[in-house]
Design a binder for this molecule. Structure first.
Ligand SMILES: [Zn+2]
Length: 280
């Protein structure tokens, strides 16, 4: 059975032209999208990458107590998703302490409790958008600071252009802890057709229709873009912006789900080499 990943290398061919990232270099080493022979192998892969995403968040300093949650949809049971356990540091998440929950927030597998506030947001998005397979959320320093401004990122760099016309600002229910289902539905509505959201007075969220690797990398990228935007704004000098046409071109070429997945491979390889307890 093929992996549930629909935006692979073929997505790099646009208008008959091959992207610069297309691996047209036969015989040379290049990351390849996985293919699975059965759901159990697929599930194991997803759980391992979810742990990798949590460890990457720890490396980036994205922890804030027990706040922050990452989810990935189960490959066999789309009404279930895997997530990090409540009140476990991102650096201590491992395959054996992940939990699996349904859309009502019932833990159906695992020994740990679930973060209810996180469940409300993620479950609503996963339920409304069946194509979204993974989500990330954390209370990061720069993303949360930038979120207080209630404005979108500007295309100040090629990297920021990856989010051009591909993220939203959610102002409703701003600053109120997201424990109500109503708040979750507003976030879910906002995620129509975009990969990221800036939740005013709260933090950042990313969603992927491709993989947890893509969701995690674009979260890291979004936090970095917020930091850069704040640094530029602090100069008091208006930055030169990438034009809308060029920003769209850059987004299509370096802001895709596949490119997010590809970026994450470098992080994954480093984690595999240095943190073997991920697989415990
Ligand atoms: Zn939160």
């Amino acid at each position: 059975m093929a992996a549930v990943m629909d935006a692979g290398p073929q997505a790099l061919v646009k208008d008959g032209k091959v992207s610069i990232y297309q691996p047209e270099q036969k015989g040379l080493i290049f990351p390849e999208l996985p293919v699975f022979s059965n759901p159990a192998a697929h599930r194991q892969h997803l759980k391992e990458r979810l742990v990798g995403a949590c460890r990457a968040f720890a490396q980036q300093g994205f922890d804030y107590g027990f706040a922050g949650h990452l989810t990935v949809r189960d490959p066999e049971n789309p009404g279930l998703y895997w997530t990090n356990p409540m009140a476990i540091h991102f650096s201590q998440v491992k395959v054996s302490n992940l939990i699996c929950a349904d859309h009502q927030g019932n833990v159906v597998e695992g020994r740990h409790a679930i973060n209810r506030a996180g469940f409300v947001l993620h479950a609503a998005v996963h339920e409304m958008h069946q194509d979204i397979v993974a989500m990330c959320h954390a209370h990061t320093v720069y993303g949360t600071a930038f979120a207080s401004l209630g404005k979108k990122l500007e295309p100040i760099t090629q990297d920021a252009a990856a989010f051009f016309e591909d993220h939203v600002v959610i102002g409703d229910e701003a600053g109120q802890v997201a424990v109500e289902v109503k708040a979750g539905h507003k976030v879910a509505h906002a995620f129509k057709g975009v990969k990221a959201a800036i939740h005013q007075n709260h933090g950042l969220l990313t969603a992927s229709r491709h993989s947890i690797e893509s969701a995690a990398f674009w979260f890291i990228a979004l936090e970095r873009c917020c930091q850069q935007q704040l640094m530029v704004d602090a100069t008091g000098i208006a930055p030169k912006l990438v034009t809308p046409e060029r920003a769209r071109y850059s987004r299509e070429h370096v802001g895709s789900e596949y490119i997010g997945w590809l970026h994450f491979q470098t992080i994954w390889d480093e984690l595999v080499a240095t943190q073997p307890d991920m697989f415990d």
